[in-house]
Design a binder for this molecule. Structure first.
Ligand code: GTP
Ligand code: MG
Length: 213
């Protein structure tokens, strides 16, 4: 049996987007509602099995709070992979993710495999919508209509559909983030550390792109 290949991976992203929670889901298949902010960084390892080989991820889960920003180069230096996380219910966190991607593309290993991950997918899925067809631009249009609707005109209020409850929390359209990721040459996925949706797949897709030595 071959010794697993070691792959150094770093997680970056704004505070509270769920970096530690994504790692906890991947490494322990567990979730905690009240996770404390990371101080400095945390180190964890996890194996990842592909059809033809096994990788061992050495994971640096960095702290998102701004006061720790200057430590980041220590963790992304020599990294072969990076997971840049944002929160799909917080638009500003995508802007922060983009600035991390820029920093990585300028300062990190030029062959680094980067995945952009939009986390907290469960927050935009009401129980009724979970598993149903994804609501994309339609839900957004309806949101825009709501914002410009004038009260007191006519009498009939359209009944909101149950899915809107969740989808209206979304601040980053999936298409928009996916288009940016493609343009910047990144892997892209939406995940929920809470339900586990999409989490293992992110690490598997990265593993497939790590060159065999
Ligand atoms: P820093 O360490 O400060 O950079 O934060 P972080 O990015 O590691 O975030 P963390 O994993 O600590 O999660 C922040 C909060 O969001 C916690 O209360 C988590 O329980 C919650 N959270 C994380 N992921 C998810 C998710 O997928 N869904 C929901 N609903 N909550 C989540
Ligand atoms: Mg953390």
């Amino acid at each position: 049996v071959d010794k697993p290949v070691q792959v150094k991976l770093v997680l970056l992203g704004e505070a509270a987007v769920g970096k530690s929670s994504v790692v906890m889901r991947f490494v322990q298949n567990d979730f905690s509602e009240n996770k404390e902010p990371t101080i400095g960084a945390a180190f964890l390892t996890q194996k990842c099995r592909l059809e033809d080989r096994v990788l061992r991820y050495e994971i640096w889960d960095t702290a998102g709070q701004e006061r720790f920003h200057s430590l980041a180069p220590m963790y992304y230096r020599n990294a072969q992979a990076a997971v840049v996380v944002y929160d799909i219910t917080k638009a500003s966190s995508l802007e922060k993710a983009k600035s991390w991607v820029k920093e990585l593309q300028r300062q990190a290993n030029p062959n680094i495999v980067i995945a952009l991950v939009g986390n907290k997918l469960d927050l935009v899925q009401s129980p009724a919508a979970a598993g149903a067809a994804p609501a994309g631009e339609e839900a957004e249009d309806e949101e825009a209509d709501d914002a410009t609707a004038t009260p007191g005109e006519g009498g009939e209020q359209p009944l909101p559909e149950p899915e809107q409850e969740g989808e209206s929390l979304r601040q980053v359209p999936k298409d928009e983030a996916a288009a940016y990721a493609q343009e910047a040459g990144l892997l892209f996925a939406e995940t929920s550390a809470k339900t586990g949706e999409g989490v293992v797949e992110v690490f598997t897709e990265i593993a497939k792109k790590i060159p065999i030595e």
